[in-house]
Design a protein around this ligand. Structure first.
Ligand code: WTA
Length: 572
């Protein structure tokens, strides 16, 4: 099968062209209770307000444990539990604006904690549980986090770094053992001390509710601040892009350590009162199909790598299942291959809707909609209310078919408020006047569809998420055998890109398979399970600029057998 996939008539957004012409952000305001005088807070709109109407007894969260055990929470219950947690935090000494980290596997406590922090006016910092101690340390030091909520297991992992975290005052431990270290408190005790009637705090639209760490091509990960005002865009895209409705059961497979897992795994769907399914376990093709079918998932938001792995698991497996209930599928995070779209049409008779956005954008920007023809391989068109363009270095829009920077006119509601304690980095996104520069390269076709081409910097987009080569290089050179390291993303059929490291060794060390394994494990435990180099190549020297910067571009061109480009700054 080939060619474009025709639109359907059943989506929430009926006419893309009309909406793009007529839409105004202010029209979304009336959907929120704050427009009727309630407090302004994303957690209030996501949970509390539903607890005041008939949805009180509707299931908000199906939390499926790693081995399949199920917990269910209604909007009424989640409202109370998160209020207790919010009040418990205040009794522990937390204040509005505090950065409070949630370092947990995807269990129900993660949701209570995230909501509780936001309710009391804190800034929630969700950390992927695959992060290693060094990665947590970088983020905690950068943000000055005062409290970390974690589990007993993950707490053990933090022990080596705790002494370095000067701002950290308390650690809240889920299922904590009876005897806790001095600055640790049991999650249960926080809950017990909290008032279920705690009233969610009124915030300003430009107050941040979340600090989401993400990687750039230089330096350590950056804390992207998203404001309460993001709700406007998250709401309308949950309706138009995710196509969510009252009766839906929705599964977002992204971890809240990534922005997809918060904007669309927590807040977006709950503004609409949708029932959310969360799964703690890892990827497994059969298990995933079983969740889709057994829970009657109607809307599913996932990623290309997962879809490619499902495709690889074979047609026999997918044909064991009946996907009649599944109405709408979306994808995000990496380019969605046309083959995957054709596969889903063939085996499930479903369209997959690609969505493009970034941590910094807070919500969807360029997407596919049920009412629009899908051109497989294209990211789609800007959501109504957003202007996107392909521009050159001066900010001039280039003609269709021409490669350029994927850029946006700043000012969409969910745009980041800033980068925590890093204004210079924030300003870099706006260096080309009039535009926000995404760091992606793309082109637009004659009919206005956007097509992704790659990154303009060295950021690696891999199955595990976004990775900065500098972080991996920094971890590598802490290994006693490594003198220098240069890290690139190498194209990979399954994972989009994999991390490849070029390494020079210190005197006295010899290349060996053994050593590769040792270095790999070292990075895995320090940085994150997914951040290790899947390929290591020992080299005599690395290409460097005269000022001593490693030229990753040259490493990449060498790896891919491409022309080396301008080498005028090369050392020798
Ligand atoms: C890439 C995830 C192609 C892109 C929400 C972007 C994509 C980065 C797509 C942001 C897509 C995301 N097609 N590439 N549909 N979606 N990307 O911050 O390079 O984790 O800049 O946000 O992922 O990753 P982030």
């Amino acid at each position: 099968m080939e060619g474009n996939i025709p639109p359907t008539t059943t989506g929430n957004l009926q006419d893309y062209e009309v909406a793009s012409k007529e839409f105004a952000w202010a029209s979304v305001d009336k959907e929120f209770d704050w427009s009727q005088g309630s407090v302004y807070n994303v957690a209030y709109e996501a949970i509390d307000r539903h607890a005041l109407n008939w949805r009180k007894n509707k299931i908000a969260l199906y939390s499926i444990g790693a081995s399949g055990e199920l917990e269910k929470y209604t909007f009424g219950e989640l409202s109370e539990l998160s209020s207790k947690f919010a009040d418990g935090l205040i009794k522990l000494g937390a204040k509005g604006g505090d950065r409070i980290f949630v370092y947990l596997d995807r269990t129900s406590e993660l949701y209570m904690a995230m909501l509780g922090i936001v309710k009391m006016g804190g800034i929630a910092g969700p950390l992927f549980s695959a992060l290693g101690p060094e990665a947590v340390k970088d983020r905690a030091l950068d943000s000055g986090a005062s409290i970390i909520i974690t589990s007993e297991n993950l707490y053990e992992r933090l022990l080596p770094i705790l002494d370095d975290l000067a701002d950290l005052r308390k650690i809240i431990i889920v299922d904590g053992k009876e005897e806790l270290a001095r600055n640790c408190v049991a999650f249960e005790d926080i809950m017990e001390s909290g008032d279920p009637n705690f009233q969610t705090v009124n915030m300003a639209p430009t107050d941040p509710y979340i600090i989401q760490y993400t990687s750039g091509s230089t330096g350590k990960p950056k804390g992207v601040l998203i404001g309460h005002r993001a709700m406007t865009q998250q709401y309308i895209t949950a309706r138009w892009v995710l196509d969510l409705r009252e009766e839906d059961t929705y599964w977002c497979t992204a971890d809240p350590g990534w922005i997809t897992g918060t904007s669309y795994g927590i807040f977006g769907p709950w503004y609409l009162g949708t029932s959310v399914v969360s799964f703690e376990g890892r990827f497994d093709a059969r298990t995933w199909y079983e969740i889709l079918v057994n829970y009657g998932i109607t809307v599913w938001y996932t990623a290309p790598t997962a879809l490619r792995m499902l495709m690889r698991a074979g047609d026999d497996l997918v044909k064991e299942f009946n996907f009649d209930k599944l109405r709408h599928i979306c994808s995000v995070g990496e380019p969605l291959n046309a083959e995957v779209i054709y596969w889903a049409m063939r085996v499930m008779n479903k369209r997959i809707h690609d969505t493009w956005w970034q941590t910094e954008t807070g919500a969807h920007l360029i997407c596919n909609y049920p009412c629009m023809t899908i051109r497989p391989g294209s990211m789609g068109k800007p959501i109504p209310g957003v202007i996107a363009g392909i521009v050159d270095e001066e900010g001039n829009e280039v003609p269709p078919g021409t490669e350029g920077h994927l850029a946006l006119r700043p000012g969409w509601p969910s745009m980041m408020l800033g980068i925590y304690r890093n204004t210079p980095r924030f300003k870099e996104y706006f260096e080309i006047p009039g535009w926000y520069i995404s760091g992606d390269l793309a082109y637009q076709d004659d009919d206005g569809y956007f097509w992704f081409l790659g990154r303009s910097d060295d950021v690696i987009v891999t199955a595990g998420g976004r990775l900065g080569p500098f972080e991996v290089e920094s971890a590598l050179i802490e290994h006693s055998a490594v003198a220098e390291a240069g890290v690139i993303g190498k194209p990979d059929e399954l994972r989009g890109e994999i991390v490849k490291a070029f390494v020079t060794l210190r005197p006295g060390f010899k290349p060996s398979e053994e050593l590769k394994k040792d270095i790999t494990n070292f990075v895995k435990t320090r940085l994150a399970y997914y951040a290790y180099p899947r390929e290591i190549e020992f080299v005599e020297s690395l290409p460097k600029t005269r000022s001593g910067k490693i030229m990753r571009r040259v490493l990449k061109a060498m790896e891919l057998g491409q022309p080396l480009g301008d080498l005028s700054t090369l050392e020798d």
